[in-house]
Design a protein around this ligand. Structure first.
Ligand SMILES: *[C@@H]1O[C@H](CO)[C@@H](O)[C@H](O)[C@H]1NC(C)=O
Ligand SMILES: *[C@@H]1O[C@H](CO)[C@@H](O)[C@H](O)[C@H]1NC(C)=O
Ligand SMILES: *[C@@H]1O[C@H](CO)[C@@H](O)[C@H](O)[C@H]1NC(C)=O
Ligand SMILES: *[C@@H]1O[C@H](CO)[C@@H](O)[C@H](O)[C@H]1NC(C)=O
Length: 320
């Protein structure tokens, strides 16, 4: 009997030892497995980071003739059509107000200049000092018939190059004659609405001076999802000689023609035509609408009218 009990204990101890060994072995294995996986993950993430860095380093913007690269996934563009000091100064002032009202948002800030209408070196230095990241030189984009364009719209089709800058996921374009007075981070999200089915561009509706909406959008501020196929489609449309196209407002008529009923409408506050102030006796303090961007369409702050002195003063007070 004693012998049997002894044998039983013996077997129990041996089994226990075998089980513990096996348990230990499995655990060690799985531990090893986890740590190997961890290391693969780490290596993978290092690879991802270095790929990302590579992309950042080499993503030369193909639509620019000069060697400039994208850094962020979203961007702001603005076209300066000629070395007119008023527009250069306005672009310097506007970027200061844009930066002030987009805190925490990272985006590339690009001035577009036209190859045969280059900016002077001192103008470029002023713009870079004010906060623009770089100057992108592009070829002049002509309309179907430039002789029909108003003088101050001769070059404005060139802003369409923004649609071809596919190094970016989304871009906001703004004319240089704007002044930002409130948070505009939301403006940099509207490109996500563009699906090339229902919406091709995000814009604000144009309004009459009395605030009545017009049956068209204003192309002084717009947002797009860059797409080379779409850019080529637009260029082909331009070349088809659309007979009923008015050339009065440059690219604005063209875009309204191509994107009729296909525009995502964002709030007027992101493209507040200064004329609207006449509804408030030109008095900013009496204004009951929430305007974040003032757009000097007819009245220019450097060529102001006395009634609009308050809003022009806001612009004048921005140091350069
Ligand atoms: C438009 O983008 C494509 C693809 O990046 C590029 O090859 C082409 O040169 C661009 N067109 C213009 C006018 O810059
Ligand atoms: C563009 O500039 C970058 C850095 O400034 C340089 O590494 C690259 O070789 C340049 N590319 C061309 C095509 O000149
Ligand atoms: C680019 O635009 C074309 C229309 O010109 C559209 O069919 C296509 O789906 C767009 N591509 C992407 C990636 O959205
Ligand atoms: C466009 O049409 C007008 C008249 O409708 C014509 O005079 C002109 O030559 C045409 N332009 C092109 C590029 O076909």
């Amino acid at each position: 009997m004693k012998k049997i009990i002894f044998k039983f204990t013996h077997i129990a101890i041996i089994s226990l030892a075998v089980i513990s060994c096996w348990y230990f072995f499995i655990n060690r294995c799985s531990l090893q497995k986890t740590s190997t996986l961890n290391r693969i993950d780490q290596i993978k993430s290092i690879k991802t980071i270095s790929n990302l860095e590579k992309t950042i380093d080499n993503d030369r913007i193909k639509s620019c003739l000069n060697n400039v690269s994208s850094v962020n996934k979203i961007a702001l563009t603005s076209l300066i059509v000629a070395d007119n000091p008023n527009y250069v100064i306005s672009a310097a002032k506007s970027i200061k107000t844009i930066i002030q009202n987009t805190k925490g948002l990272n985006f590339d800030k690009i001035v577009i200049e036209i190859e045969n209408k280059r900016l002077k070196e001192e103008s470029k230095q002023l713009l870079l000092k004010a906060g623009w990241d770089f100057i992108c030189t592009v070829r002049h984009i002509y309309s179907a018939d430039d002789s029909k364009l108003y003088k101050h719209h001769k070059e404005t089709y060139t802003k369409l190059i923004t649609i071809n800058m596919t190094e970016y996921e989304g871009i906001v374009y703004m004319d240089t004659d704007i002044l930002v007075i409130g948070d505009i981070k939301e403006l940099f999200t509207f490109y996500k609405k563009i699906d090339f089915i229902n919406y091709f561009i995000a814009v604000a509706q144009d309004t009459e001076a009395d605030g009545k909406p017009r049956d068209r959008f204003n192309s002084g501020v717009f947002s797009v999802r860059p797409n080379s196929t779409e850019f080529s489609r637009l260029m082909r449309l331009r070349d088809t000689n659309i007979t009923d196209l008015s050339f009065a407002h440059g690219e604005q008529n063209f875009l309204n023609h191509c994107y009729k009923d296909k525009w995502y409408k964002f709030d007027f506050k992101f493209n507040g035509i200064v004329w609207i102030l006449q509804n408030y006796e030109w008095n900013l303090k009496k204004m009951t609408i929430d305007v974040r961007i003032f757009h000097f369409t007819s009245i220019k702050p450097w060529d102001c009218m006395s009634k609009a002195a308050d809003v022009c003063k806001l612009w004048n007070d921005i140091p350069i």
